[in-house]
Design a protein around this ligand. Structure first.
Ligand SMILES: Nc1ncnc2c1ncn2[C@@H]1O[C@H](COP(=O)(O)OP(=O)(O)OP(=O)(O)O)[C@@H](O)[C@H]1O
Ligand SMILES: [Mg+2]
Length: 368
């Protein structure tokens, strides 16, 4: 049975339609990540599930029971907020225990529960400190501890790592994922960070302006995006989008760019793409699917020549920027593949992995 079932959920703030008829089912034990740009309605959706906002239409079921009319405390949900607030005058131990006491948990159970949560989050040594004596990362852990100490059906996290520096975020991501594996609870986690979504989720639900644009396993969305929006949202640096048209003759297909560059498609893809010949399309190709052309020419690799105008080493890889088909494009190369701007480079474009997008509808075509 699914732990959470949302049907045709609507939420307005005045005349602002923020959640637009969302249908969503989350199986028990799954770690779902809601991701999307700032303002797309992630927090609103989460707060409506928790009962902190009232739904204007549709239904929310938790464990098979409709909860629209239940107050938050009766929904069996624990939540960590975007701007969590700890009680400043209570020690960490009491902050974590607060929800248990409020729910009249027997005294003898509280101590061991707090201890266990603190152990999981590696904050046992901080239990007797006050919040003002903690670092940002430690505070965040306490806020998470306060939620997970409760035995709730559903755990909701709203950007719990947003206040942390990059390194601490990396660490905490791993820890929250591990926490999920240990507890096996149903969790919904909101972020606008696509790396967080990719690395942590069992399933990503990508929201756009109050609607679900696409949902699926992280690699499913990454490798088989349904729209230009999804293709561009996931991945860093972003997928390149280059205007093009397609010409097909028998089982031979060629992608033609405005600057005269042509790229052959693998024969296996031609039949599915043939209906889109002569349409206005975009070639979508990820930076990592452009590589330095070396001797052998494998099937599906199309050779192009570019002149780099920007070289950005990251250490493990180097990003090279150049013009292709009249727009700027990026290739993610081996660190020493390119050393300075102005260099002429031969690249292979992996046309097995490239997507074609209908420029008018912005939907990926010929992927079926
Ligand atoms: N209490 C409120 N009253 C009126 N409008 C609101 C309220 N809360 C949010 N909104 C509006 O609803 C829309 C969605 O906001 P929401 O907070 O859900 O976005 P979000 O996806 O969580 O964004 P972020 O990533 O910035 O946290 C925004 O346009 C916002 O201005
Ligand atoms: Mg938010």
């Amino acid at each position: 049975m699914s732990d959470l079932k949302i049907t045709k959920l609507d939420k307005y703030y005045g005349t602002n339609h923020v959640v637009k008829g969302i249908d969503l089912e989350i199986p028990a034990g799954e770690f779902t990540i809601l991701v999307g740009q700032s303002g797309c309605g992630k927090s609103t959706l989460l707060r409506t599930i928790a009962g902190l906002e009232t739904a204007d239409g549709g239904s929310i079921e938790i464990g098979g029971e409709r909860v629209n009319d239940l107050p938050p405390r009766d929904r069996d949900i624990a939540m960590v907020f975007q701007n969590y607030a700890l009680y400043p005058y209570m020690k960490v131990r009491d902050n974590i225990a607060f929800g248990l006491r409020a729910r009249r948990t027997p005294k003898a159970e509280i101590g061991p529960k707090v201890q266990r949560a603190a152990k999981m989050l590696a904050i046992e040594h901080l239990l007797d400190r006050y919040p003002r004596q903690l670092s940002g990362g430690q505070l965040q852990r306490v806020a998470i501890g306060r939620a997970v100490v409760r035995n709730a059906r559903l755990y909701l996290f709203d950007e719990p790592l947003s206040n942390l520096d990059a390194q601490l975020r990396d660490e905490m991501r791993g820890e929250i994922k591990r926490l999920h594996q240990e507890l096996g609870k149903t969790m919904i986690y909101v972020t606008h960070d696509q790396i967080e979504a990719m690395t942590m989720a069992d399933r990503i639900v990508l929201l756009r302006e109050g609607r679900i644009e696409q949902q699926g396993a992280p690699l499913e969305l990454y490798e088989r995006p349904a729209t230009k929006y999804v293709a561009g949202f996931l991945g860093s640096p972003s997928m390149n989008f280059i205007p093009c048209t397609l010409s097909v003759a028998e089982d031979y297909g060629t992608v033609m760019l405005p600057d005269g560059v042509t790229l052959s498609l693998p024969p296996s893809r031609v039949a599915a793409l043939a209906p889109f010949r002569d349409r206005s399309l975009l070639l979508g190709i990820r930076p990592e699917h452009l590589s330095r052309a070396t001797g052998e020419h494998r099937r599906g690799l199309a050779e192009i020549e570019v002149i780099t105008d920007l070289v950005q080493p990251t250490g493990s890889r180097t990003y090279a920027t150049f013009r292709l088909g009249g727009v700027e494009a990026v290739a993610e190369l081996q660190s020493h593949d390119v050393s300075q701007p102005g260099e002429r480079l031969k690249l292979f474009a992996d046309m097995n992995r490239a997507v074609l997008i209908d420029a008018a509808t912005e939907r990926v075509v010929g992927n079926g």
